[in-house]
Design a protein around this ligand. Sequence first.
Ligand SMILES: Cc1cc2nc3c(=O)[nH]c(=O)nc-3n(C[C@H](O)[C@H](O)[C@H](O)COP(=O)(O)O)c2cc1C
Length: 186
Amino acid sequence: MKLYHAYPKLVNIVGTSYNGKINFMAVAWHTYLSFDPPLYGISIAPKRYTYKLLKESQEFNCNFLSYQNIKLSHGVGRTSGSEFDKVKTFGIALKPGEKINTPYIKDSYAVMECKVTKEIHTGDHVLIVGSIENIISSKEYFTEKELLNPQTVTPILYLGSNTYLKIEKCKIEEYPQEINIDEWLR
Ligand SMILES: Cc1cc2nc3c(=O)[nH]c(=O)nc-3n(C[C@H](O)[C@H](O)[C@H](O)COP(=O)(O)O)c2cc1C
């Protein structure tokens, strides 16, 4: 069964490291889970090399890259760190982690650093729950309301089956917080 009807999904490049090994993989199944405490979930198949490292390190980062980095993003999603060093092979420029040991991808427009709090085995994936310890982002990529600024960032959106959606020209619209029910009843 193809499970693509809830796409597009923002691609999250999940990094983790243990014992000198640093690895990144593409993740489409990820979500915020709680405001207070701030929690983030990533769904990882246990056969991934990332899962093996995560079990040891108990930490991960979420790197969000703009569309210019599509080849790197797809590359880390179609190769395994169990076979070679993706950081070296793909020439990934890193910056040292701020609140965790794992370095993050320098070119990210936003990064979340997380510590694992729970893992939930669900079907053929494991939902890794992480507490968000730190967020690294640059002001130029977000508006005053801290919304992604599509004028400065083109996010990598995955449609499934090795196919991506690139937003080149787009319009953003804002709607009121309060809904006037009378308007609907008229
Ligand atoms: C766009 C994209 C999204 C993906 N999303 C997931 C995901 O949510 N969970 C998962 O376990 N694998 C996902 N994968 C597959 C892994 O990224 C892939 O198996 C990768 O080779 C694992 O790397 P590793 O063995 O170094 O951990 C995705 C792949 C791509 C290309």
